[in-house]
Design a binder for this molecule. Structure first.
Ligand code: CA
Length: 424
């Protein structure tokens, strides 16, 4: 399948610097605001956002057959709900309008400032209204590391792990867009040497390096999505930080899983990179042994090569890279996760968010959480300012970045950043 806007030969008349997340081959979707605009849908090219509401007002998307107001909402949900035929047509039209061979928009110099704004001059808002959020546990290296630390190195994976993508339902209300800050959460913890639990701010605040995908099409209760059809239901991906309080988690998680250890905050990157833009970076999935049940079997290259990085920015502004990983290390694909999620008839809604689970790689510098990187705090990380981290300190900003690169094209997601403030 060749997707026209993905052509590596395409060039935009807008200058795109080397290393930018937003060349003409990306064209992700988001929501922005500034002092004149409450909320408009937008795309990104180089250092600019492209205002989709203004383009619609000027008649550039007649094929949508809807009022421009669809781009004037506080989330992309109504746009996404138009269906992939239409949302992909918008990406194709943008690709044409931004192409260096096309003068249609390029020649309208007086309207440049209407359609384009510097990304540094606008605020990106939460791109979707998340009705339901699910978090999986699908990286084999992460599950192995955690099982080794907390249970038994010889039986690190629980018996179900290679037979189904383990997941749980998370909290949608506290998912925030990049740039927010939150107070260190408080809760019950039970120190190993104490007889009774104590209450206070978490001492073991952690990040989890994840991605998430957004549902593009609803299903009816009772309906299931096959792995073959799953891609029709996935609008695109973003970066995701599943903030976790490890001491609260350890005490509370048996028998029903994490609760207050994770529902205080999650952070997402502001841009949804479409599944279509990610298509050139697809790779063969993990070899799954034992063989999975028929409803989890799939055909084709369904993993994605996405380079992932995590940084801690200290108060002095220094960014310390603390790990690299890659989405390709996922054992379970998005298609399998969605097939599993709906195999019992659980219905999906537009804007639902399904997160990958912590993405760790096989090497120690590829671990996707402080828990693993410092091996439960036994091997602290040294930062440029001379301080050490076992977990995340107050005033630290954790930044996740991600990009795909192939055939001279690099597309990225924008920063997924959040700052930790002292406990209230
Ligand atoms: Ca997680």
């Amino acid at each position: 399948m060749s997707i026209k806007p993905n052509d590596p030969q395409l060039k935009s008349w807008i200058d795109v610097k080397t290393g930018s997340d937003f060349p003409i081959q990306n064209l992700p979707f988001g929501i922005y605001s500034d002092k004149h605009v409450k909320h408009h849908a937008c795309s990104a090219i180089g250092e600019y956002i492209v205002d989709l509401y203004e383009l619609a007002q000027h008649g550039y998307f007649p094929f949508l057959g809807v009022s421009p107001e669809i781009f004037q909402q506080d989330s992309l949900n109504p746009f996404i709900a138009l269906g992939k035929a239409k949302t992909n047509a918008v990406r194709e039209k943008l690709s044409d309008l931004l192409n260096s061979n096309n003068t249609e928009l390029q020649s309208k110099k007086d309207l440049f400032s209407v359609f384009f704004k510097k990304q540094s001059d606008v605020t990106m808002l939460m791109p979707v209204k998340v009705g339901d959020y699910t978090d999986f546990y699908s990286s084999i290296d992460h599950a192995t590391n955690v099982g080794t630390m907390f249970r038994d190195p010889n039986n690190a994976l629980l018996p179900n792990w290679k037979h189904l993508p383990v997941g749980y339902h998370g909290r949608a209300s506290s998912i925030h867009v990049s740039g927010h800050s939150f107070h260190r959460p408080k809760g019950q913890q039970k120190p190993a040497d104490a007889e009774l639990p104590v209450f206070g701010p978490t001492k073991l605040l952690d990040f989890e390096l994840e991605t998430a995908f957004i549902i593009s099409k609803p299903t009816a209760p009772g309906e299931s999505i096959s792995t073959d059809k799953a891609d029709d239901y996935i609008f695109g991906m973003l970066l995701f930080n599943d903030w976790s309080a490890r001491d609260i988690q350890t005490w509370e998680y048996v028998p029903l899983g994490p609760f207050l250890a994770k529902n205080f905050a999650s952070t997402v990157s502001p841009w949804i990179v479409t599944l279509e833009a990610l298509e050139p970076f697809r790779e063969k999935g993990y070899v799954q042994d034992p063989k999975v049940l028929p409803y989890l079997e799939y055909k084709g290259d369904k993993n994605v090569n996405i380079n992932l990085q995590v940084f801690i920015r200290t108060e002095d502004g220094h960014e310390n890279q603390i790990c690299t990983s890659n989405y390709k290390y996922m054992y379970w694909t998005m298609e399998q996760q969605l097939a599993h999620h709906t195999v019992n008839g659980c219905n999906m809604n537009v804007g639902d968010m399904l997160a990958s689970g912590t993405i760790s790689g096989p090497q120690p510098h590829e671990y996707g959480s402080m828990l693993e990187l410092t091996w439960r705090g036994t091997k602290p990380l040294k930062l440029q300012d001379g301080t050490e981290r076992k977990f995340i300190n107050d005033h630290d900003t954790v930044i996740i970045r991600g990009y795909c690169e192939k055939d001279g094209v690099r597309i990225g997601f924008g920063d997924c950043a959040a700052k930790v403030l002292p406990a209230n």
